[in-house]
Ligand binder design. Structure first.
Ligand code: PAF
Length: 296
């Protein structure tokens, strides 16, 4: 029997909120999903959907070679994770990388072998990882971009799987506009929920409005200096939309901070400050966030 898309094997690397959300949703759509686990033991996870349904998901550890993989690890761990995975990849493997912050798309491309497809996916879904459980806390959407020719060739199967995992998905040849919009979202929500120790939805309170506006104005100014149109009004609207859609969520940075894990600050606020320095632009609001959180 010719394999259907659903029985193509997917391995999920990274058991954070987005990795587990993708793994559970893929499994519920009938895909054969395994997890790249440190311990070679199966993992059971309770999956709570946005519609308040509960499913029990069960994952076996991935057995190499990896055919298709969602790599959802923190920005600072991507390079070492890909280097570690490389010997275990099938020669025609497809790798979908997803993290917060601005990726270096050229170094990701260089990682893939000739027949290996490499993709970047940016998502605004919200999810919370709890002990033995994953909760989908905020409806989002995703942009998916093939980064090389081997990825383009595999588009139908990968797009179908990503619709199941983190849909609705928009397929794009140029992910930069989506990455800048997501950067604006993360530059506001992640540090502010960390500093004020609150859920995403709390940021809609008026006392945060002027800080939010200043952060967004800085990100838009920077995007324009980089030749990217990022209009202030629609970006502000989008950021408020994500806060409301993920109101119940604790952002990934808030969760990392609460649990004493490293923060993804360098790929978000750090990227903004580094790029601003190239253009000799002052970013006082982002600078203040960096000073407070990087000293933590
Ligand atoms: O990092 C996060 O938490 C997420 O990117 C988002 C969209 C802000 C939802 O919490």
């Amino acid at each position: 029997m010719a394999p259907t898309q659903q029985n193509l094997a997917w391995s999920v690397v990274g058991q954070g909120a987005i990795g587990l959300l993708a793994a559970c949703r893929l499994q519920l759509h009938g895909y054969a999903v395994s997890l790249w686990l440190r311990e070679p033991a199966p993992l059971s996870v309770i999956f709570n959907t946005l519609e308040h349904q509960q499913y029990s998901c069960y994952f076996l550890p991935t057995i190499a070679p990896i055919q298709h993989s969602v790599v959802a690890v923190k920005a600072y761990a991507v390079a070492s994770c890909l280097a570690q995975l490389k010997p275990y990849l099938a020669h025609h493997a497809q790798l979908i990388i997803s993290h917060n912050g601005m990726p270096d798309l050229d170094s990701l491309r260089q990682f893939a072998g000739v027949d290996q497809g490499i993709w970047f996916l940016s998502t605004s879904h919200g999810a919370l990882r709890k002990k033995g459980a994953i909760e989908h806390t905020g409806e989002g959407q995703s942009s998916l971009c093939p980064l090389n020719h081997a990825a383009v060739k595999a588009t139908p199967a990968v797009l179908d799987a990503m619709q199941a995992a983190l849909g609705p998905v928009t397929l794009t040849e140029n992910i930069m506009p989506a990455l800048w919009r997501k950067l604006a979202v993360n530059a506001v929500i992640n540090p502010l929920t960390t500093l004020f120790n609150c859920r995403n939805g709390a940021l809609v309170e008026p006392q945060y409005a002027s800080t939010i506006q200043r952060i967004i104005a800085e990100v838009c100014e920077l995007a324009n200096a980089e030749g990217m149109a990022l209009p202030y009004d629609s970006t502000l609207q989008h950021v408020y939309h994500v806060m409301q859609a993920t109101a119940n969520n604790y952002s990934s940075m808030q969760q990392d901070h609460a649990q004493g894990r490293p923060l993804e600050l360098a790929a978000i606020t750090g990227f903004i400050l580094k790029t601003a320095a190239k253009h000799q632009l002052a970013m006082p609001e982002n600078q203040a966030i960096w000073q407070t959180l990087s000293a933590d």
